[in-house]
Design a protein around this ligand. Structure first.
Ligand code: SAM
Length: 282
């Protein structure tokens, strides 16, 4: 486990992931009944953008910093507000801190809602625990996130969301996801699942999308964002979020949000964004 999210916190990929996460949580809040968010690869929860790691890559400068500098107006602005308000709430003066997925989630929960955040790296799990110490709504578990897709599903609330955001260090990570969500969906068909994935090699991503489609779970929405044209060598030029059981409003919300993200985060004219149904809604 060499991956350290601190190098990438607040980059374009975090922006897409956390903007979608916030929309999914916003929808869950339309009903009074409690829900649970299960974050299978949680990271540490809070990142210092002035750290050596974040400073070495500077990825946040072309990610969250751009979005805060060029706020969306109209409907896109309204839809992005819950996410950006969390970031602004941490940074009243200037941007120095970035929330990881557990903190974005936590700041959006109501008193009846719960978060389970899972992290396998012992040092990261310890930091995560420290960041949420004394918080009775959050449970931090040092565990293999893939195991959580079995033992922790369904949650007792029977409403909620599973965020799956692995580091993609292993060559078979795409296959592990397909197997993992197949198992999870059998245990909890009513849950929403949000899977983040990198777009580096086009053929590998197409195989992954076909693997998800072959699960024959109705209504898988694929959200795609690229920030530059693919290079001659594989490099991260985009990312996606595949959503199982998306709220019915998500496709329309993304149609409002994605053009703003693609314009604001573009590194060259290969940038673009959109949604595609991998399987038809039932
Ligand atoms: N979800 C976080 C966010 O948006 O702020 C970022 C997570 S980062 C991409 C992936 C994390 O998964 C790393 O912190 C890594 O230590 C952790 N990890 C790696 N393998 C894991 C596993 N099998 N189970 C749980 N966590 C794992």
């Amino acid at each position: 486990m060499n991956y350290r999210h601190a190098f990438h916190a607040g980059n374009f990929a975090d922006v897409l992931k956390h903007a979608v996460l916030a929309r999914l949580i916003d929808y869950l809040k339309r009903k009074e009944a409690a829900f649970r968010v299960i974050d299978t690869h949680a990271g540490v929860g809070l990142y210092d953008l002035s750290s050596t790691e974040a400073g070495r890559t500077g990825e946040w400068e072309t990610g969250i910093a751009r979005l805060l500098d060029a706020p969306a107006t109209g409907r896109a602005g309204e839809l992005l507000a819950p996410y950006l308000d969390v970031v602004r709430g941490l940074n009243p003066d200037r941007l120095t801190l970035y929330p990881g997925s557990p903190l974005v989630t936590r700041r959006l929960l109501r008193v009846q809602d719960r978060l389970t955040a899972i992290e396998l790296h012992p040092a990261d799990a310890a930091l995560l625990k420290a960041n949420f110490a004394g918080d009775f709504q959050t449970r931090i578990i040092e565990l293999d996130g893939w195991l959580a897709l079995g033992a922790h599903l369904p949650p007792k609330e029977r409403r909620g969301l599973v965020l799956i955001d692995p580091p993609f260090e292993k060559p078979d990570e795409f296959d592990t996801i397909v197997k993992g969500v197949a198992k999870a969906h059998r245990r909890w068909p009513g849950g929403t699942y949000a899977i983040w994935y990198p777009i580096k090699k086009v053929d590998e991503v197409e195989r992954f999308r076909k693997g998800l489609a072959a699960l024959a779970i109705p209504g898988i929405l694929d959200i795609r964002l690229t920030i530059r044209a693919p290079g001659p060598e594989p490099r991260l030029h985009g990312c996606g979020m595949a959503i199982l059981n998306p709220p019915y409003v998500l496709e329309a919300e993304m149609a409002d949000i994605l053009p703003h993200l693609a314009n604001t985060l573009a590194l060259d004219d290969g940038a673009g964004a959109g949604t595609v149904w991998l399987t038809a809604a039932s």
